[in-house]
Ligand binder design. Structure first.
Ligand code: AMP
Length: 108
């Protein structure tokens, strides 16, 4: 099991933000911004490239709810998904990084 599957299974603790039957959002253990939360599907899919459009649509709607809970929906935020080796993905379990809570530097 990867680390996110262990979090879903309750074997590793997390600082939970929001959860439903399919998705979980929790604070990143090594934050890269004042607010840094990860949104994942509970069922493991390796990455964005392997995910079907239904799952991505549902995960996107979940992210829209998560940012409301974080109260950054109106002030803005950034979502990032690292994919594979060149994308710098460390955990092989689809996730969106939600970054915000401060003015983020230009990215690209
Ligand atoms: P990525 O490089 O896109 O695969 O991102 C994986 C992210 O998972 C990194 O930002 C890590 O800090 C984060 N991470 C790894 N283990 C944990 C954990 N136990 N709890 C919360 N975040 C974690």
């Amino acid at each position: 099991m990867n680390v996110f599957e262990k979090i879903v299974a309750g074997e590793i603790p997390c600082r939970k933000v929001l959860e439903n039957d399919k998705f979980l959002a929790f604070y990143d253990i090594a934050p890269k911004a004042r607010v840094h939360v990860l949104a994942i599907p509970k069922k493991c899919v390796k990455d964005f490239q392997e995910a079907d459009s239904k799952l991505l649509g549902e995960l996107s709607a979940f992210v829209q709810e998560v940012v409301k809970v974080l109260e950054i929906d109106k002030i803005g935020y950034r979502i990032v998904s690292n994919i594979g080796a060149d994308g710098g993905q460390e955990v092989p379990h689809l996730h969106f990084h939600i970054l915000g809570g401060e003015k983020l530097g230009s990215f690209c």
